[in-house]
Design a protein around this ligand. Structure first.
Ligand code: GLY
Length: 359
């Protein structure tokens, strides 16, 4: 099965292919798309070890990137740029990112800055990258103090999602991807997709099939999430307003990831904690009804997720949130549920955030 989605941002149009077809078909499609171009393929070490025999890349065009958020740094960025220069890539050439979010983000950033910007193609191999980071053109590298602090908005030339890669994804990473998937269920109304997708209901009723990684269900699920994301990105590519809804659950998530130096929680786990926290707060402050609050937490629990059971010092979390690039004029931004499948942005002072944690 193959689904094709179209992204239409003001500066660029491209397609996203979601399929369970063979790797030989994937190779053929990448070859066709990059015909006549020099390529630099940035590939995750894990993916290289598991799939190199099945992927049609020559050793000469590869840059193998070790796995882990700590690899998304400026040293590796410079190495990628140097490799592109060594290979003689020109403005007409292309980079290809094969891996999870780290590979996608750093390759996108390298491509968008090399010679003032060349094409890149995303081949996400994790669920998290498939449903989020590979689509929408956010590229980035990290500094030790702040994630994604250096980056660009630069849309890829194409995205190829082949769900066969998910077969070797470890369970924790698969569940991390589901953290981002579940996020879309709570923001569907904001996305203004042309028809209702009923993602909340799909994920509630289809839970078993999702957890069993039933291929058609997984393709459908990725398609629904990306339809919502594309709808948002088409309206607000540069996150001037609407795109902020994609950050539901992320204010606390980023603080938790930073305070634990990216070692304790996966991104998706942190987003889940962020969503549990803000759903509870929204219910207690009468933004949402008790029945929607219950349905929402039951959905998260159905997938085996639980609220955070460890206490972090509110002052420390708030200090980190103040430095987040989403903070403005000393105010901390939260995306809070404001109705069924709907969220809205609120801005709180650091003192109000500390109170929020303590109340
Ligand atoms: N990951 C959120 C966004 O792409 O805007």
């Amino acid at each position: 099965m193959k689904q094709i989605l179209n992204v239409k941002t003001p500066g660029k149009e491209y397609t996203i292919e979601i399929s369970d077809e063979s790797f030989s078909k994937l190779n053929k499609e990448i070859d066709e798309m990059t015909r006549g171009q020099k390529r630099l393929i940035v590939i995750s070490k894990k993916v290289y070890d598991l799939y190199y025999n099945r992927l049609d890349f020559s050793e000469d065009e590869l840059f193998i990137l070790k796995d882990g958020e700590q690899e998304k740094n400026y040293k590796n960025y410079l190495k990628i740029i140097n490799r592109a220069a060594e290979l003689g890539l020109t403005r007409k050439d292309v980079m290809v990112a094969v891996g999870g979010g780290v590979v996608g983000d750093i390759t996108g950033f390298a491509a968008s800055t090399y010679m003032r910007g060349i094409d890149y193609i995303q081949v996400p191999t994790t669920l998290l990258a498939a449903v989020d980071s590979s689509v929408g053109g956010k590229t980035a590298i990290d500094l030790e103090e702040a994630k994604n602090i250096i980056g660009t908005f630069c849309q890829p030339k194409a995205v190829f999602i082949n769900i066969n890669f998910l077969n070797t994804l470890n369970q924790r990473q698969f569940m991390s991807g589901l953290g981002e998937v579940l996020k879309y269920a709570f923001i569907e109304e904001n996305c203004e997709y042309k028809t209702p997708l009923y993602l909340f209901e799909f994920l509630t009723l289809g839970c078993e099939k999702v957890l069993q990684k039933e291929p058609l269900t997984i393709i459908r699920m990725i398609e629904y999430c990306l339809n919502l994301k594309i709808s948002v990105v088409n309206q607000d590519e540069k996150e001037a307003g609407l795109r902020k809804v994609l950050n539901f659950g992320h204010t606390l998530a980023h603080a938790l990831e930073t305070i634990t130096k990216y070692k304790k929680f996966t991104h998706g786990e942190a987003v889940i904690f962020g969503m549990f926290f803000i759903l509870k707060w929204a219910y207690e402050h009468e933004y949402i009804t008790y029945s929607y609050y219950r349905l929402s937490t039951e959905l998260l629990e159905k997938y085996g997720f639980k609220p955070l059971n460890k206490n972090f010092k509110p002052e420390k979390l708030t200090e980190i949130m103040k430095k987040d690039k989403k903070a403005e004029d000393g105010m901390i931004t939260f995306i809070v549920p404001s109705g069924k499948k709907k969220v809205k942005e609120i801005k709180l002072t650091p003192a109000e955030v500390i109170y929020m944690f303590n109340s």
